[in-house]
Design a protein around this ligand. Structure first.
Ligand SMILES: N[C@@H](CCC(=O)N[C@@H](CS)C(=O)NCC(=O)O)C(=O)O
Length: 208
């Protein structure tokens, strides 16, 4: 069965799926769509993913969109015993909780900072909005920072799916040029992620 991940490699949500695929050692092919590559408004793509966003996972006739759902599916379907998403219901629920919180708590302010500092030319930047985004993002990171001062990864002693959605953004946080508020526990965790070949290959790349 051919496995295809649709989505440009510069997308944080595509990075989550790439990182999970590599950690699980699953073979796949990635196809560039979205952003400057376009092709996400074609009937064929919309039939796979009606949101017109990336990523989309395709495995034969099966297609799936929503990056966090893709990470969970890959574990459930292809690596049910992987410690990335343990079967114990409470351990799993704590991981899912952090994955959801990335989407609901981190995503919006982090998007303001990333788009403001990386994808907006200096003369068009709104300094006050970016400053508020930085403060709100630091508050969001403090939630996982609290955990990371107790154990090395977001949900415990080893890497799990809880690290992936937050980890793709923390590279951006430490790579963008601005006066970063200190969040205890965060830098040591980022350094730990940088030791992983999958993270270095797919996440820790120049910002664009
Ligand atoms: N909640 C969705 C959000 C997907 C999303 O917003 N993707 C962005 C890239 S990070 C996108 O498709 N942007 C338009 C494009 O790349 O053409 C997910 O987690 O997969």
């Amino acid at each position: 069965m051919q496995r295809i991940l649709w989505g440009r490699a510069t997308s944080s949500n595509v990075m989550k799926a790439l990182w999970a695929l590599e950690e699980l050692g699953l073979p796949y092919e990635r196809r560039d769509v979205g952003g400057k590559f376009g092709q996400t408004d074609t009937p064929a793509y919309r039939a796979m993913n009606p949101t017109g966003l990336v990523p989309t996972l395709q495995e034969g006739d099966f297609t799936l969109w929503e990056s966090n759902a893709i990470c969970r599916y890959l574990c459930h379907a292809h690596a049910p015993h992987s410690p990335l998403w343990p079967q114990d219901p409470q351990a799993r629920a704590r991981i899912d909780r952090w994955m959801d919180a990335q989407q609901t708590v981190l995503n919006r302010p982090m998007g303001v900072v990333f788009w403001g500092l990386v994808r907006t030319p200096p003369e068009k930047r709104d300094a006050a909005t970016i400053a508020q985004g930085i403060a709100d993002t630091a508050k969001a990171y403090a939630l996982i920072g609290e955990e990371l001062t107790k154990h090395p990864y977001v949900a415990g002693d080893r890497l799990t799916l809880a690290d992936i959605p937050w980890g793709v953004h923390v590279h951006r946080w430490f790579t963008m040029a601005f006066d970063r508020p200190d969040v205890p526990g965060l830098r040591a965790w980022y350094d730990r992620l940088l030791e992983r070949p999958a993270y270095r290959a797919h996440v820790a790349r120049p910002l664009e």
